[in-house]
Ligand binder design. Structure first.
Ligand SMILES: [Zn+2]
Ligand SMILES: [Zn+2]
Length: 320
C-alpha cells in the first residue's frame, strides 16, 4: 500500500520571533493560512499532522516565563514589539479548529517556543523544558503527543524526545528544496519517496519528501506564467510514485505559506489530486503518528530493529 503524509508547522509569530527582520507577509498570513488549510483539509477529508507551537495554546502569559529555561532575551519580542500582538502569540481558537475538526487530524508538537534544538546553545535543560511545557499544555487540553516536528528542521536532543514518550519526528528530506529539487525530480527523475527508519533511541524518523513552498519569488511567477504551477506538478508526481511503488510520500508546509490566493489554489490542486488518487487506488493518507504505529506493529511481529524493510502487511504472491 502506498501512502501520503502531510505535516504542517503551525506557529504564527513563534516561527519568526527570533529573527531580526521577520518576513512581514508571512507573519501576517499565519491566521489566514491556518484557516484556509483547515477548510481545504475538511473539504477533501484529508487528515494531516499539525505540529503546534505549545505557547499558542495559552490564553495569556506574563511575557517573562521566569520558570522556563531559555537563552537570554528569548522572549524579548513577545514582551516588546509584539506586546500588543496577542494574535501572533496566542491562538487557542485556531488550535481548537484542529482538535475539534471532523477530519481525523493528528495533534503534534512543534516545541513550546520554537527553540532550535540542533544549536549548540540549546542545552539539554532547555530541550527538556520545551518538551515538558508542550506536553503539560497539551495534557491540560486532554491531548497526547506522539509526533514532533523540529523548528526549522533542526534535529537535536533526540534522546530527550524519547525520554518524553515521543514516537516519531520528521527528519530532513533526502532531496533538495526548491529549484534544485525540482530539477532532480523532473529532469533526473529522482524518486521523491522516503523510507521511515528507527533510530538508536527507538524513535521513528519519518523524513520529509517535499517542502511545498520551496520554489518562490520571481522564479515562481515566471514559471507559473508559462507552465502549470511546477510545485503542483511535482506533488502529483510524488503521489503517483507512492501509488506505483507502494511507498511513502511526505509533503510539508507552514500554514503561513498560504499568503495569497495563488497559494490556496496550489494547495487545492494538490489535495484534490490526492483525494482523487485515493479513490481510484489503494493509496492511503496517513499522519506521522499512523506511520509510527504501523512500523511499531511491524517491529513487534518480526522482532527486528529496522523498520526499513518491514510493513505490517503480510506479502502475498499476487501482492505486486
Ligand atoms: Zn509568553
Ligand atoms: Zn517552525
Amino acid at each position: 500500500m502506498g501512502s501520503v503524509v502531510i505535516s504542517l508547522d503551525a506557529e504564527l509569530g513563534w516561527g519568526f520571533h527570533d529573527l531580526e527582520r521577520p518576513p512581514l507577509e508571512r507573519v501576517e498570513s499565519g491566521r489566514r493560512g491556518w484557516r484556509r488549510m483547515l477548510d481545504l483539509c475538511a473539504e477533501f477529508d484529508v487528515p494531516a499532522t499539525w505540529a503546534v507551537v505549545g505557547h499558542l495554546m495559552l490564553e495569556s502569559c506574563d511575557g517573562v516565563h521566569a520558570d522556563h529555561p531559555t537563552l537570554d532575551g528569548w522572549f524579548d519580542r513577545e514582551r516588546g514589539e509584539w506586546a500588543d500582538r496577542e494574535d501572533l502569540r496566542f491562538a487557542p481558537d485556531l488550535v481548537r479548529g484542529v482538535v475539534d475538526s471532523d477530519v481525523d487530524h493528528e495533534f503534534a508538537s512543534h516545541s513550546f517556543s520554537h527553540v532550535l534544538f540542533g544549536r549548540p546553545e540549546t542545552d539539554r535543560e532547555i530541550a527538556r523544558a520545551e518538551l515538558e511545557r508542550s506536553l503539560e499544555v497539551a495534557d491540560e487540553w486532554g491531548e497526547s503527543v506522539d509526533s514532533f516536528v523540529y523548528p526549522r528542521n533542526d534535529v537535536g536532543h533526540r534522546d530527550v524526545l524519547a525520554e518524553y514518550g515521543i514516537s516519531a519526528y520528521r527528519g530532513r528530506s533526502p532531496t533538495y528544496d526548491g529549484v534544485r529539487g525540482l530539477v532532480d525530480s523532473t529532469v533526473r527523475s529522482r524518486s521523491m519517496l522516503v523510507q521511515p527508519t528507527v533510530d538508536e533511541y527507538g524513535l521513528i524518523d519519518v523524513p520529509a519528501s517535499l517542502f511545498l513552498f520551496g520554489f518562490e519569488g520571481p522564479v515562481r511567477t515566471v514559471a507559473e506564467s508559462i507552465w502549470e504551477d511546477p510545485m503542483v506538478v511535482q506533488a502529483r508526481r510524488g503521489i503517483d510514485q507512492a501509488v506505483r511503488n507502494d511507498g511513502l510520500f511526505h509533503m510539508w508546509l507552514h500554514p503561513n505559506n498560504l499568503t495569497r490566493e495563488r497559494d490556496d489554489r496550489r494547495m487545492r490542486a494538490i489535495l484534490s489530486y490526492l483525494d482523487r488518487r485515493r479513490t481510484e487506488t489503494d493509496l492511503a493518507v496517513e499522519t506521522m503518528g499512523d506511520v509510527a504505529e504501523r512500523l511499531a506493529v511491524a517491529r513487534g511481529i518480526d522482532g527486528g530493529t529496522v523498520a526499513a524493510d518491514g510493513g505490517p502487511e503480510t506479502k502475498t504472491a499476487d501482492d505486486d
